[in-house]
Design a protein around this ligand. Sequence first.
Ligand code: TMP
Length: 393
Amino acid sequence: MNKIFLNLGLQPLANRLLDKKELKKKELKLPLKIQFNTKSFLVSLKNTVSSKEMFNDKYPYRSSSSKTINNEYKKLSNKIKKTLKPKSVLEVGSNDGTFLKYFDKRTTVGIEPVKKHAKITKKNGFFTYDNFWTIKLANQIAKKYKKFDLIFSANTLSHIHDLDESIKAIKLLLNTNGTFILEDPSLLKIILNNAYDQFYDEHIYVFSTLALKNILIKHNLEIYKIENLKTHGGSNRYYICKSGLKKIEKSFFNNIKNEKKSHLHKIIAYKNFSIRINNSRKNLKELLIKLKNNNKKIIGYGASAKSTLIFNYCKLTSSEVSYFTDSTKDKQNKYLPGVKIEIRKQPMNITSDVDYSFLGAWNFYEEIKIKERNFLKNGGRFITHVPYPRILK
Ligand code: TMP
């Protein structure tokens, strides 16, 4: 049974940035409610929009936009080549090729429905299907290729409505001894960090190990290892194989133990989370208004989808945060959906007239802190809402 535990209000599509000429147009919005399934333990959105609405050529997210992600995939690809030694690789959700590029062009295939991203990997010589991931597509691929030794999918399966179909399609193309690596935000980290901004239209599902295990069992697949990552504010990398094929490693049991310790299998954990999120909204708003009343200039750093969620949920506007900056070209000179805050090109360094910078990309703070050391040296400060709203020292 699905039980709603969090209501994030009426939200626009988080990555559907607005052009200046669209500012007066009516935006598509959906009531964003988050639910917990008491039987499968799966956390998901109550209402969703169609994939075509979310992932079209207006979709600006580029996985190559952060050094952290680039380094992470370089490290991972080296490790995979050494340990799993795959002879063929399929990536579901290859974006602009940040992971794919480390593998052999002749034996690697990408799937990316955002055509302008698929164009990049195609141009770089990788066979890329610019389609949505479905069983129909998997059948089509099966006719052309043999099965794959490695199927990789980061931050993608959680975006697809029909989870069972997605997994069925993966199983269809996975070699008997093959490995499926799935990477997605960790529900445990979200709950512990009060990072409610991970709940937005694209994240139809947010996985716990407990829930994923239950879903995979139905397909005769199992998790044999988990790596806890820092990316996207805390993600899990699940190593999955056909059931009974590999020894289940300690990391799997540890993750289950930690999730149970935080009661992720019980509705109470989510109800308590919801109370904390209400307080977080109130406190963030109060903090920004207080600074503004003291004539401080505040900007946003990183116009992430998460920022859209936070600003619309907290009803923050350009009265509090003058503008955002972002390093992604496609996001510049646009406006944050709903609250319509301008997004500017990110200068080499935050300009000296800025007193505070709200971390829309809080998950990249380690990287940003280094880049913006002069801002900090000159007395500038960052603001974050995780795990609770505050000015970072
Ligand atoms: P993400 O958390 O969804 O990956 O989005 C992070 C956004 O922040 C993305 O649009 C890129 C942007 N960004 C900057 O503008 N400057 C930076 O230094 C970093 C690391 C990210």
